[in-house]
Structure formats: structure tokens, C-alpha cells
Design a protein around this ligand. Structure first.
Ligand SMILES: Cc1cc2nc3c(=O)[nH]c(=O)nc-3n(C[C@H](O)[C@H](O)[C@H](O)COP(=O)(O)OP(=O)(O)OC[C@H]3O[C@@H](n4cnc5c(N)ncnc54)[C@H](O)[C@@H]3O)c2cc1C
Length: 390
């Protein structure tokens, strides 16, 4: 999003990713209505809608059989599509706007000048490390950001230590045009419909057993030991009284992808010469399914700050931090509260009991998590003023 916005503004942009594209990425694969509205605003929403299928709300269930169906307002929807397709479409849009794209190139660390300013990055190519100079660097390298981590701007949160395990299935029954969040005493299970009868399943749970090796390569050893703990999702789904029948004849069609620890705390939004965007700027928990909203809007804000920095020469990371806090702080509070609730078995049990008789709080949370208000605001603004990028 940052590359697209900056390239459109006429800046020379080099976009670097260590993966070869198209690439898979463990995710719930739902773009909530607010995120989709932001993509519309950037002029890429229509293609993404056409490639995916609409998501019209959420079904939330609890461990006691409680179940709440929360539909978005009639004219509002999100979209479900794999990150393989979504991220390639976004990269194509950035290239189309003039960005140069180098995939298969790993950034190892920032180049920091004697004046303590980031002036580029080191990339690993073959066995060698090369320096890539840049007037400004935007780190959008995800939760385990090397750039943010190497400058001490982010670290895995000491608690909670949760891990995500995801795979695609065929033949799941009872799938609707809603996303699903099944909250259990030991974590939660997200289920999302995809085109072609495919279903995305993500299991998130605490894994205290997977500890130690904190000083390794930003979690690679931890991921290996977490992966060993859950190689197939079916046994966990078969244990679940509410999901068992729906998965009885389903087939897991991909290996299990593993990510963790999930929560990342960030200190600030950059460094002189460096701006953070997306999960690199911090990640609370995937339960609310709104990481892409922060990533998309965060990319737009970073691009805006970058343009100011290029125009004025004054470092903008502190201003970006203030802007991010102004826009995101309210939602971060809700997300942290939900993360704490899901981490407490007694809290989950109480919320599930309340939801059996009073579903309004869950319905309101689904609207907040879906950024429905943002979708409505962008829609209204667009109708009155036409599309804008700011
Ligand atoms: C289990 C799970 C389910 C989720 N479900 C949803 C959902 O349904 N909806 C939603 O909105 N959000 C969801 N999220 C959150 C969402 O996936 C993230 O918030 C989003 O992907 C953040 O985008 P990003 O661009 O910051 O990071 P990423 O998508 O992680 O992209 C980072 C990129 O940086 C590249 N990279 C990493 N390190 C380097 C390096 N050293 N050098 C070069 N390139 C590098 C990677 O290859 C990658 O392409 C979920 C997250 C998880 C873990």
C-alpha cells in the first residue's frame, strides 16, 4: 500500500520481499468491510472483490454451545480470498504504478549512518550481503520484522505466547457467507469460506511448552518446535463437539502452516530515515480479523509521512507514531481487551453464558472488529467528494 501510494505520487520506489511471489501467507483470508473500503479508496477494491467471495458477517460460538449470528448492515460486506491472490494483486498494482519489485531478496538489517540515521538496508543475495541505499526506508516486513527488531523497535510480547496453525480444507459442511470464530477455553478456531468450496481453518492456542530459544533468528527454532506439536488439524477439530460433524468428511488439502508467537509489542513507529507499517509496527492478536485494516491504513499513513519527509527533510517517525495512535488507539484497546478475555478460561465461560441470553455485546464487537463504521464513512465520503488517496 505504501509502495503503491508513493509510486503514484511520483516517487522512485523499490519494493523488496524475501518471498518469491505469488506466495502463501498464513491468515484467516478475510478482508473486513473497512479494509475493503480502504482498498476501494486506493482504486484496487473492485478487482479484489471480483477475485473473492463476499463475507456478510460473523458467526461466533462459545464453549457451552452459545452461538451468535451477526450480519453486517445490508449494503456492507467484506471479502474472502487467499493471501496468495490478494498480495499478488497488491504487488501488481504497485508495479503498475511504477514501483520496481525485487522478490526473493532477504533484508538482513538496516544501514545506519554515523549520525544514527537509516540510509538503506543490507540484502542477502546468494551467499553475499549487499547494501541498498535509500533516502527513506519503510519496514513492512511483518510481525517478526528484522528491521524493527534489529533497531530495538519491536519484540515478541512476553505474554501471551499464542501460536496459529492453519490449513485449507475441502468438504466442510455448514459453511455460509459468514466468517466464523469459535472461542474455546484453550484458544479459538477461525473458519472462513473461500471460492471453489475451499475452507480456511486457523487454530490459535497458547503453547507454553514452546518456550526458550528466544535469542534465535526471530523465532525460527520456536516455529520448528511448535510445528512438531500439531501436524494435522483434524484431531483437534474432531475433539470439538460443535465442529466435529462438520469436519467428519472433510479433507485437509494443504500442510499445516505455523506462526508464532503472535503478539508483538512495538516501541514507536520508526527511526530517523525509517518508518514502520503493518505488523512490523506491532501486532495484537488475529482474533478480530482486522490486521489488514491496520496494514492497509498503516501503509497509507507511512506513505504520507514519507512524502512529508522527502519534501521537508525533517524526520517524520514521531509524527507517524502520533497519527497511528490517533487513528488506531481505540481499536487497539478493544483488541487487547478481547485478547485478555480469550486468555482466561473463566472469562470465556462467563462471556459464553451471557451471550446465550444477551447477544448485543457480541454483535457490537463484530461490527467493531469488521470496521463497519469505517466502511460507512469511506462510502459516504466517496459519494460526496469522489475517490481520494489522502
Ligand atoms: C492466524 C492469523 C489469521 C489472520 N487472519 C486475518 C484475517 O482474516 N483478516 C485480517 O485482516 N488479518 C488477519 N490476520 C492478520 C494479517 O495477516 C496481518 O495483520 C497482515 O498480514 C499484516 O500485513 P503485513 O504486510 O504487515 O505483513 P505480512 O503480510 O506478514 O507481510 C510481510 C512481508 O514481508 C516479507 N518479509 C519478511 N521478512 C523479510 C525480510 N527479512 N526481508 C524481505 N522481506 C521480508 C514477507 O515475505 C512478507 O511478504 C491474521 C493473522 C494470523 C496470524
Amino acid at each position: 500500500m505504501a509502495a503503491l501510494t508513493l509510486a503514484r505520487a511520483g516517487l522512485r520506489v523499490r519494493l523488496i520481499d524475501r518471498a518469491r511471489f505469488p506466495r502463501d501467507k498464513l491468515c484467516g483470508d478475510t478482508i473486513n468491510p473497512g479494509s475493503l473500503a480502504l482498498l476501494d479508496r486506493l482504486g484496487v477494491g473492485a478487482g479484489i472483490r471480483a477475485a473473492g467471495i463476499p463475507v456478510r458477517g460473523m458467526t461466533v460460538t462459545g464453549p457451552n454451545g452459545a452461538s451468535v449470528i451477526a450480519e453486517y448492515p445490508a449494503d456492507i460486506a467484506g471479502v474472502a480470498l487467499t493471501r496468495r491472490v490478494l498480495d499478488q494483486a497488491l504487488v501488481d498494482a504497485a508495479i503498475g504504478a511504477g514501483a520496481e519489485f525485487d522478490d526473493g531478496l532477504t533484508v538482513t538489517r538496516a544501514v545506519v549512518s554515523e549520525a544514527s540515521r537509516v540510509t538503506g538496508v543490507f540484502v542477502r543475495c546468494g551467499g553475499a550481503e549487499h547494501e541498498v541505499r535509500a533516502r527513506l526506508v519503510i519496514a513492512a516486513d511483518g510481525r517478526a520484522s528484522r528491521l524493527a527488531g534489529s533497531l530495538g523497535l519491536s519484540a515478541f510480547a512476553p505474554r501471551p505466547r499464542r501460536w496459529a496453525f492453519g490449513a485449507y480444507f475441502e468438504g466442510v459442511t455448514g459453511v455460509t457467507a459468514r466468517g466464523e470464530m469459535h472461542v474455546r477455553k484453550d484458544g479459538y478456531i477461525g473458519v472462513a469460506p473461500l471460492a471453489g468450496g475451499i475452507t480456511n481453518v486457523c487454530i490459535v492456542r497458547g503453547l507454553d511448552a514452546v518456550r526458550g530459544a528466544e535469542a534465535d533468528d526471530r523465532g525460527a527454532d520456536l516455529v520448528r518446535s511448535a510445528r512438531a506439536s500439531l501436524t494435522r488439524l483434524a484431531p483437534r477439530l474432531a475433539e470439538d463437539g460443535q465442529l466435529r460433524d462438520r469436519f467428519a468428511h472433510a479433507t485437509q488439502i494443504t500442510d499445516v502452516a505455523v506462526l508464532g508467537p503472535l503478539a508483538v509489542d512495538a516501541q514507536g513507529s520508526g527511526w530517523p530515515g525509517l518508518l514502520l507499517a503493518g505488523d512490523a509496527a506491532g501486532f495484537v492478536d488475529p482474533m478480530t480479523g482486522d490486521g489488514l485494516r491496520f496494514a492497509i491504513r498503516g501503509g497509507m499513513l507511512a506513505a504520507d509521512a514519507a512524502m512529508r519527509e522527502v519534501a521537508t527533510g525533517a524526520a517524520q517517525h514521531a509524527a507517524l507514531d502520533r497519527r497511528r495512535r490517533r487513528e488506531f488507539a481505540g481499536k487497539w484497546r478493544v483488541n487487547r481487551a478481547l485478547r485478555a478475555l480469550v486468555g482466561s478460561p473463566s472469562g470465556v465461560a462467563l462471556a459464553a453464558r451471557v451471550a446465550q441470553y444477551w447477544d448485543l455485546p457480541i454483535r457490537s464487537l463484530v461490527a467493531i472488529a469488521g470496521d463497519v463504521a469505517l466502511a460507512q464513512t469511506v462510502d459516504r465520503r466517496e459519494q460526496s467528494t469522489g475517490p481520494s488517496l489522502a
